[in-house]
Design a protein. Structure first.
Lengths: 120, 201
């Protein structure tokens, strides 16, 4: 089963993402900020990581940079899932190593399709 | 794929109320002048998080209000705007209004739309006034060139407004701005630039 890590400081958002992905057949783990996300991703052997942008302790861009520095996560698809749609931020995310950018609010089918595309 | 979003609402209310408490604490520590980066970062993150959650869970009025609030906070965060006493007061009022809005939707009551619209207008005005301060310090070319005199001698202003494609997606309502202009007591005429362009081509 495809394993996904969702990193978001909103528990309600994490629950929504988890349920959406579980219904689509994914196995999902949750982290509440970048620091916890990094810890879990290091040895969690995840197939894909979904990360929010604005989080306390370590934001999404910092998390991507830290993940890309880890040999175990160098090629793992990382999708940003955020309310932020600013082009400068998107470029920053891309440069940090993000695979894709999904803007909240999202449609469940659209989220699942984006994950399948990134996993191809 | 069908998901009942109502199952996530209680979680959203709970974390939003907690986030507003931390936003209020940070606001009370905010000094007038250039805002402390860490404090304004915390305050911005709360507004951003509530905006994302409310848009996702279908609370469009809260999403629209927090979008305006977030715009002002972004100006403060990027150092383009100073935290004056009146701006700090507006931000504290925003916390109260957001709590009221959350309580209303939680108890399936209507949101006090007038209270929200009034404060949202004040926030928009604070952002606009910041821009006019910049214009005052810069050469007043745009002001002079946009102020015109009609044939019958009355001075008038031409305001060109070109909304970006994502305007509506961010909860903005251009008709509201036009209504505010129309309600200013001055006579207003609106003309579609696109239509004018077509007519001229």
């Amino acid at each position: 089963m495809t394993r996904v890590l969702t990193v978001d400081d909103s528990a309600a958002m994490r629950d929504l993402v988890s349920l959406t992905l579980q219904q689509a057949g994914f196995e999902v783990a949750q982290a509440c900020d970048g620091v916890e996300g990094l810890d879990m991703a290091r040895d969690g052997n995840f197939d894909l990581i979904l990360a929010d942008l604005n989080m306390p302790n370590m934001n999404g861009i910092e998390l991507i940079r830290a993940l890309r520095a880890e040999s175990s996560c160098r090629t793992t698809p990382i999708l940003m899932l955020t309310t932020e749609s600013d082009l400068v931020k998107r470029r920053e995310g891309k440069q940090a190593g993000a695979t894709g950018w999904i803007v909240k609010p999202f449609f469940p089918d659209q989220l699942v399709a984006s994950l399948h595309r990134a996993l191809r | 794929m069908a998901l009942d979003l109502a199952q996530f609402h209680e979680g959203f209310y709970e974390e939003s109320f907690e986030a507003l408490d931390s936003m209020e604490s940070a606001l009370l520590k905010l000094n007038v002048g250039v805002p402390d980066k860490e404090l304004i970062g915390t305050i911005f993150r709360v507004a951003h998080s509530i905006k994302g959650g409310s848009a996702t869970f279908g609370f469009t009025e809260i999403a629209s209000f927090t979008h305006t609030l977030e715009t002002l906070l972004d100006e403060l965060r990027s150092g383009k705007m100073q935290a004056t006493r009146s701006v700090c007061d507006l931000l504290l009022k925003s916390v109260d209004v957001l709590r009221d809005m959350l309580r209303a939707v939680q108890h399936k009551q209507p949101v006090d739309a007038q209270q929200v619209a009034d404060l949202q207008f004040d926030l928009e005005l604070a952002i606009a006034q910041k821009q006019s301060v910049e214009e005052v310090s810069a050469p007043a070319i745009s002001a002079a060139s946009n102020s015109r005199v009609a044939e019958h001698g009355e001075r008038y202003w031409r305001i060109d407004f070109k909304p970006l494609p994502h305007l509506l997606a961010h909860g903005n309502d251009p008709l509201r701005m036009l209504r505010e202009l129309a309600a200013s007591g001055r006579s207003c005429r609106f003309r579609s630039i696109a239509a004018a362009d077509r007519a001229g081509s």
